[in-house]
Design a protein around this ligand. Structure first.
Ligand code: C5P
Length: 218
């Protein structure tokens, strides 16, 4: 169908979103941040006072939930929520709600729909292994937990949030654990994904590696 689908997966803080954004710009295709979608659900559950075990309320909420990306902004039910979903509290809520089957079912359906209509680069945990098993290109980015925590800590401090490195590291480790041990679509490298260890590499290094791989095999 002439559409290009690129999957970028890996654990929290491996640099997926920054790199996927850069690759999207170079290739002039759309970037879709699936983590932001799980965050938006975590945010809306908090706002509506719905906990993970209230499955009936949650199902009703999901039925009336609309998530889209417009010009790089994430739109939840018509409102831009870019900043509201980037807090440590929402990170935790996203990680917890992403294990719920009803949430995954809803978001994976939206993601597949987005990839059917246009060429995309999508980042997350289960894109190459579950959302688009037939993606033309699959990358799996890793880095040590310490390096990932360092990057995320720096980001949060730059945004003026006061958190300690130890808190961020602990949070990353807990999210890794939840992502890898959940029953439904756990974080896993697809067999045919190219693994890139980004420890010690710059954003530019990794972006160039990915672009080269695509150009050489496209
Ligand atoms: O990538 P980000 O940290 O923004 O993702 C937030 C949370 O959403 C992650 O901790 C992960 O548990 C969940 N997630 C997921 N599947 C995806 C993308 C994110 O379970 N495809």
């Amino acid at each position: 169908n002439g559409l290009l689908t690129i999957a970028i997966d890996g654990p929290s803080g491996a640099g997926k979103s920054t790199i996927a954004k850069a690759v999207a710009e170079r290739l002039c295709i759309d970037y879709i941040d699936t983590g932001a979608m799980y965050r938006a659900i975590g945010y809306k559950m908090k706002k509506n006072g719905i906990s993970a075990d209230e499955s009936v309320k949650l199902a009703a909420m999901l039925e009336n939930t609309d998530i889209d990306f417009v010009a790089g902004d994430i739109i939840l039910d018509g409102n831009i929520v870019n900043d509201k979903i980037r807090t440590p509290d929402i990170s935790k809520r996203a990680s917890v709600c992403s294990a719920l089957p009803s949430v995954r079912e809803k978001l994976v359906a939206i993601q597949r729909n987005m990839g059917r209509k246009k060429s995309v680069i999508m980042d997350g945990r289960d894109i190459g292994s579950n959302v688009f098993p037939d993606a033309e290109f699959k990358f799996f980015l890793t880095a040590s937990a310490e390096e990932r925590a360092e990057r995320r800590h720096r980001e949060l401090v730059e945004k003026g949030q006061s958190v300690s490195f130890e808190e961020v590291l602990e949070d990353i480790k807990q999210r890794d654990y939840r992502d890898m041990t959940r029953r439904l679509n756990p974080l896993r490298k697809a067999e045919d994904a190219l693994e890139i260890d980004t420890t010690g590499l710059s954003i530019e290094d990794v972006t160039d590696k990915i672009i080269k791989e695509i150009e050489n095999n496209g």
